[in-house]
Structures are given as C-alpha cells and as structure tokens.
Design a protein around this ligand. Structure first.
Ligand SMILES: *Cc1c(COP(=O)(O)O)cnc(C)c1O
Length: 446
C-alpha cells in the first residue's frame, strides 16, 4: 500500500489466480485508455487488475480464469433481475429475430413508454435515448429552453453522467460558480452551473434569494447513489419543490439509479414529491442501453418535432433495448416483488451491521431500498463532505479481501451495492461471512 497516494500495490495482495485476466488487460491497455471503456472499471481506486468477466447467471459472475463471484455490482445498477434473466433473454432474442433496428416508429417503444407512465405518473410524456448521460443532457437543454434561463443548480457529489454542463466540480461555497471538473469543458459553460451542498435547504434558499430569477432548474439524485447511499433528510425534497415553484425553476429528479430501485415508482413515489422532469436509465433498460427523459406534457411538447428543442438519435428506442426494458418492468410490476427485494436487502444490511459490530470496526451501513453502501466511519453520511472523509485505503483493503473471498463489489468507495431478485439467502450469508473476514483484515492493518 502506498499510503501517500492511496494506491494499492500488487505485491500487497494475496493472490487469487488472475493470470488470464491480466493477459487480456495487457492487450486491452494497448487499445483503449486504461484498457477500459469506462474509467471506474479499471480498479484504479482499489488497486490490482480487474477480473475480466466472461459470464453471468443470476447473482453470480465468472472471470476468464474461472473464478466465481457473488455480484453486487449488477452492471452498476441495471440488472435488478440478475444476470441472463430468462424473461429478458427470451424477449431480446425474440426482438432480434424481428430485426434489430429500423429508425422508424415501432410497437415496443410505445409499450415501454406505457409501462413507464403507469409506474411513474409524473412522466406524462417522454423521449427514449440510449444512455443516462444523454437523458440528463437533453433534460437540461429542455429546462433551459422552457424557462428561457441559462443557469442550473447541481448538488455537490451528485453524478449525472459526463455531459459538459454537469461535469462540474462541486465547489465548497454556496455561491461558488462552477469550475470544470475535466479539461475540455469550457469555463464559459461551466460557469452557468451553480453547486449546493446536498441536504442543506437553507443554502438552497440563500442561493435562490440571490439569483433565483436566472435559474432554469435544480437537478439532483433524490437518493444519492454516486456518493454511496445518502438519503434525503426529512422534508428536503419537499423544500426544493417549494423553492423551485416559488422562483419558477424546474425540479429535475435524476432517477437513472433510483428509478425502479428504491421503489417501483422511484424516489418520487417513495418520498411523495412530483418533479417537473425525470431522467431514467439503468434498470429501465434491463441491461441494454436505454435512457429516458420525460415529465409534464407542456414541457415535453417543446421537444422536436412538436416544438423547437432539437434532440435526436439513430438508435433511440432500439427494439432490443425496448424488449429488455419491457420484460424487466413487467416482472417488477408483479405483486410482492418490492417486498421481497426489501426483505433481501434488509437481511444483507442486518448481517453487515452485525459483522461491523462483532469485529468492532469503525464503519456503518446506509441503505435505501435496494441501494446499500458501507462507509468506514461511524457517523451518518449526509453530504459530499461526509462521504469524502478520508480512509480510502480501508475501502481498498476491504474490497480486495471481498474479491478474494469470491464477492464482487463496486471498485469504488462511493458507489452503491445493488441488491436484486437473484440474490438468495446463500448469496447474502456468504457475503456476510466474507465481509466479517474483510473487516478483520481492515482492522488488523490498523
Ligand atoms: C449512471 C448514472 C448516470 C449516467 O448514465 P449512463 O447510462 O452511464 O450515461 C446519470 N445519472 C445517474 C444518477 C447515474 O447513476
């Protein structure tokens, strides 16, 4: 372990055999930046080479060396039914036999839209796109057009994909103008993104008092899954709704992660707050590339061809992706599904709490519905400042111990674990016993 930089060195790690994975990653690094197509997959924050996965079934995945893992990543959220769920596989194969893409209206996209509106009534009208990033970028353009205002408010630590306006460093001060979080994002654009601390209503009131007339929208993850798992404080979402209404700004819930995860109707159903616009992704695509943005009809009617706000996509509403989404939402709409998910997730939470307690670890579990995170601190985590509290090396050690024990966790301490229908009692109890050993490893390292 390099304490200075928090990087875990390979020699620190007891070995599971990852020879073949290493060979593939060496080839990959010649061809793709970091050998990956999305940065967190490279394991840079936990160290070592990632296992290269070749197969998944239910709650389990297998790597190129034949190692088996219980998977709590679930493709970073989408696979709430588990890997290769029979209904989804069947639906996708049937769609493929009918032709994979038309660039024309099709029946399946109407069916998925109907299912979405039935489960999330605030989405009166919607548009299908191909990723969560595309959904949030498009929702923001629409909000700016609909209000005739340029500024948007983003909450510190919330992640909305890699669109320029939202890839902005969350500043510490309430009125800090956004600074780009990545080279290549023009400062002139980033300055229209204002940031606020999550769960702080008086900071939001103060910002709106000063410049409310210029703000097009507030966008947030109503439960923050990109800082682990942070629930909104009592009344926080309601307060933001009130402030937006007063100042004529739109409230956008980015439910790319929380949609169909914290409840069938997402966080808006769980907390009883109706946003003007919602973005979806992940579960709604059942493991294929889908994003959706939608909301009040009169706002959505601004989108082309009905209105002047341009947004388009060659593969939008792709039949295979629609089929996977339909199969997933139909299954999730059945009686008792969320009760059973809640039961599994609470068993996992309870088991991990016990393991923390019995090993005397300075850690805590936070959970909302099927999203759960472990933090290596005792105090509650309410915002980015809490979530960024140090100890990255503790998570890195824990992650490695879990991997070696056959449990595949998100390789980042600020990512949620995702519970799904395929996680059975065995998956939970095995995970808990490996976690108990993992906490011991963390504690013995001091
Ligand atoms: C994953 C995620 C996104 C980005 O979705 P992609 O499909 O990866 O582009 C946006 N918002 C939230 C809340 C997410 O969790």
């Amino acid at each position: 372990m390099c304490i200075e930089c928090g990087d875990v060195q390979d020699k620190d790690l007891a070995m599971i055999d990852l020879q073949e994975s290493r060979r593939v990653m060496a080839r990959a690094r010649e061809l793709m930046p970091g050998g990956v197509n999305s940065p967190a997959r490279a394991f840079s924050s936990v160290g070592g080479d990632p296992p290269v996965l070749v197969r998944g079934k239910g709650a389990r995945v297998w790597d190129a060396d034949g190692n088996e893992y219980i998977d709590w990543v679930a493709s970073w959220g989408p696979l709430i039914l588990g890997h290769a769920a029979p209904d989804v596989v069947e639906a996708v194969c049937a769609a493929a036999r009918d032709g994979t893409s038309f660039g024309a209206p099709t029946v399946r996209e109407v069916r998925l839209a109907e299912l979405i509106r039935r489960t999330m009534p605030s989405m009166e009208k919607m548009r299908m796109v191909s990723s969560g990033t595309e959904a949030t970028m498009s929702a923001l353009r629409l909000a700016r057009a609909a209000t005739g205002r340029d500024e948007v408010v983003k909450l510190d630590g919330c992640f909305h994909g890699h669109g320029d306006s939202l890839l902005v460093k969350a500043g510490s001060g309430v009125e800090t103008l956004g600074l780009p979080d990545s080279p290549g994002v023009p400062t002139g654009l980033a300055k229209h993104t204002l940031t606020l601390p999550f769960n702080d209503l008086s900071a939001a009131e103060a910002l709106f008092r000063e410049r409310g007339g210029r703000i097009a929208a507030v966008i947030l993850e109503p439960v923050v899954g990109n800082m682990g798992c942070i629930p909104p404080r009592e009344g926080y979402l309601q307060g933001l709704r009130r402030i937006c209404d007063y100042h004529g700004a739109l409230l956008i819930f980015d439910e790319v992660m929380t949609g169909y995860r914290v409840a069938l109707g997402g966080a808006q159903a769980r907390y009883g707050v109706r946003p003007d616009l919602t973005t979806l992704g992940k579960v709604v695509g059942g493991g294929l590339p889908v994003g959706v943005y939608g909301g009040r009809s009169e706002i959505m009617d601004e989108v082309a061809p009905e209105g002047p706000v341009y947004q388009a996509g060659t593969l939008s509403g792709n039949p295979l992706a629609m089929a996977a989404g339909i199969a997933t939402l139909e299954r999730l709409s059945r009686e008792g599904v969320y009760e059973s998910l809640e039961l599994t997730a609470s068993e996992l939470e309870k088991g991990l709490d016990d393991a923390i307690e019995s090993t005397g670890t300075d850690a805590r579990i936070q959970r909302v519905g099927t999203m759960l995170a472990v933090y290596f601190r005792r105090e509650p985590v309410w915002n980015a400042e809490d979530a960024r509290a140090p100890e990255p090396e503790k998570f890195a050690r824990f992650h490695r111990a879990m991997l070696e024990g056959g449990v595949y966790l998100p390789p980042s301490r600020v990512e949620s674990w995702f519970v799904g229908m395929a996680h059975d009692e065995e998956a939970v109890s095995q995970t808990v016993s490996v976690a108990r050993a993992g906490f011991e490893v963390v504690n013995s390292a001091g």
